[in-house]
Design a protein around this ligand. Structure first.
Ligand code: ZN
Length: 243
């Protein structure tokens, strides 16, 4: 039986004893907000078939009904999780250099994190299919978002690029990782795995992952449970910075 209290104390000590800490996050950190993982989307063919540019242009009303249900409603109704909030609090106190994420949900920024590299883009970038203008996340709150300038249909950038890496964000992520001496891997399945060989690694995931071999500390628990206890240990609030 693993003693989770001890592992939280170890995590707190590692955070206090390192100078350049970076978080690497994946779908697991947003699961508590009800946002589906890539695996869940691919497994459910009715969702996967609906999330394409072809589906958007053919049936915008149906596309956005599904898109709201899967992403926009959880983002706005459930907001950033405690784990997102505590990462923002750590950065605010200069205990975290930044976050590298494969998530497109923009929840780190919503929690108040400033240094975020969303390597697969984010729902804060949305294109007008007619004039190409770009709009932030808030435009997706409309039931079927249209360009305020030309009336064209809005397409979320991550969909537009079919989960391809943004070179500028990837470079930012690699820079951040290059100087990291402690990497907190949270709910990641390893879609980004450029974790420095010299950095100490902590893997926080309910299930074993590829990072466990490299990890000094593995905590097989849900991210919110871990960060709630970590916040208590470090006397941090569990609220977002922006609220
Ligand atoms: Zn337009």
């Amino acid at each position: 039986m693993v003693n989770h209290t001890d592992s939280i104390a170890q995590l707190a000590t590692l955070i206090k004893n390192h100078q350049h800490i970076v978080a690497l996050t994946g779908a697991g950190i947003s699961a508590a907000a009800g946002i589906p993982t890539l695996e869940q989307i691919n497994r459910d063919s009715s969702i996967a078939a609906n999330f394409s540019e072809e589906a958007l242009e053919a049936e915008p009303v149906s596309f956005y009904a599904h898109f709201h249900q899967a992403f926009i409603d959880p983002i706005f109704n459930n907001g950033p999780t405690i784990a997102h909030n505590v990462l923002a609090q750590l950065e605010h106190r200069h205990l975290l250099d930044g976050v590298v994420t494969t998530n497109v949900d923009y929840l780190h920024e919503q929690a108040g994190s400033q240094q975020v590299a969303p390597i697969w883009s984010s729902l804060n970038i949305n294109h007008c299919l007619d004039c190409g203008r770009i709009y932030p996340l808030s435009i997706l709150q409309a039931s079927v978002p249209h360009c305020p300038t030309c009336g064209g249909l809005i397409s979320p950038d991550p969909l537009f690029r079919h989960i391809a890496t943004l070179p500028a964000e990837r470079a930012k992520a690699d820079d951040c990782m290059a100087s990291a001496d402690l990497v907190l891997v949270i709910g990641s399945n390893g879609y980004y795995d450029n974790v420095g060989r010299t950095a100490t690694v902590v893997d926080i995931n309910p299930k074993p992952t590829m990072f466990d071999r490299q990890a000094t500390l593995t905590i097989h628990q849900d991210a919110n449970a871990v960060f709630t206890k970590l916040a208590t240990n470090l006397h941090l609030p569990t609220t977002s910075i922006t609220k």
